[in-house]
Design a binder for this molecule. Structure first.
Ligand SMILES: CC(=O)NCCS(=O)(=O)O
Length: 349
């Protein structure tokens, strides 16, 4: 049994699970999303290059990935700090910060934000998608990757003594690459050793979550301590959703606040509205999955901060919870989704 057994590990150290309170299981407080820049449509070059301003906000909401400036959340620490104070006031307790290697993880910044605001912040170990893997990472053996991930949890990451409390978000593309498969195997091996929570970013295909779970299972991973993220842009058919739910992971709807006509990374996808997300949650609750659901906003671009007219980190607590209550999800079930399920997931075995 490890020293972390029965505890949750934040960037300020291990705490008792009961201290977490309401938890967003998938956010970013500082990161760059430059890896996923998407060229603007012909004719949109000027607006794409303009500084963020009032008259461009609707365009930005529809095309968040086509403005370089918008991808640099790491420039907004002061705005994020203010938002975290607001999050506390709205009843929030904890944020799982999913930034991993490849998208400018900054644990000292997270530690300072946790100290300044009193929000419990949990950092993420491991690697984002293949497009951000270095040549050195791609050449590493599974054993080496496992050692690095374990060390990020037990000793600290990025040359600091700040320890990660979750593995992920582990990035997977569609189709999944060889390097990503190795990282998944390393994730499962590290999880076996540590008894820790894991969170996955699946590729953008309805078959991706199940394929990833199978790969983790084959490598000995504990699916009951694994969150599958971004289901709201990945699985749309209720039958397929239930098939996936049976595999036993936590099911995460984490793009609350994102409403756009065209989803640049997969034009086949109709990005759901928040109302449709709540409907999906109500469906899964009705089907008996209330102990598997977790939710978040996955803020990863500037336009989603209140500073830029966005919904901010308190949107779920202020707007989505009342909507859930009005759509057949009762208070006990809301508390499971926001408090009990994250707590169980985040507690080391
Ligand atoms: C930071 C991150 O990976 N966000 C998810 C964006 S996506 O469009 O849902 O893949």
């Amino acid at each position: 049994m490890s020293a972390l057994s029965g505890k949750v590990q934040t960037v300020l150290g291990a705490i008792e699970p009961d201290q977490l309170g309401r938890t967003m299981t998938h956010e970013h407080l500082t990161m760059t999303f430059e890896c996923c820049y998407f060229s603007p449509a012909p004719g949109d070059e000027t607006v794409a290059q303009a500084p963020i301003q009032m008259k461009n906000l609707f365009w930005l909401k529809q095309n968040p990935y086509s403005s370089h400036e918008n991808l640099l959340l790491l420039q907004e620490t002061n705005a994020v700090r203010e938002e975290l104070h607001e999050y506390r006031k709205a009843g929030g307790g904890t944020i799982v910060e999913n930034t991993t290697q490849g998208i400018a993880r900054d644990l000292p910044c997270l530690k300072q934000l946790a100290k300044d605001t009193g929000v419990h912040i949990i950092g993420g170990a491991g690697y984002y998608v293949d497009a951000t893997h270095s040549e050195a990472t791609r050449k590493m053996t599974v054993e080496k990757l496992t050692d690095i991930i374990i060390s990020e949890v037990l000793h600290g990451a990025d040359g600091t003594e700040i320890r990660c409390g979750v593995i992920g978000e582990i990035g997977c593309s569609w189709p999944i690459t060889d390097s990503e498969k190795k990282v998944l195997q390393a994730t499962a091996h590290a999880q076996t050793e540590l008894g820790c929570p894991v969170i996955i970013h699946p590729g953008r295909n309805p078959g991706a979550p199940a394929e990833i779970v199978r790969l983790l299972q084959e490598a000995g991973g504990d699916i009951s301590k694994t969150v599958m993220s971004h289901l709201d842009r990945t699985i749309f058919d209720n039958g397929e959703l239930l098939e996936f739910a049976k595999m036993g992971s936590y099911l995460e709807y984490d793009l609350f606040g994102t409403e756009m006509l065209n989803y640049a990374y997969n034009l086949e996808v109709d990005m759901p509205s928040d109302s449709q997300r709540v409907k999906a949650l109500a469906f899964l609750v009705q089907e008996g999955y209330e102990d598997n659901l977790v939710i978040a906003h996955d803020i990863h671009t500037k336009n989603r901060l209140t500073k830029y007219g966005g919904h901010g980190y308190s949107h779920i607590l202020k707007n989505i919870v009342p909507k859930m209550l009005g759509r057949g999800i009762n208070q006990t079930q809301v508390d499971k989704i926001l408090i009990d399920n994250p707590k169980r997931w985040l507690t080391f075995k």
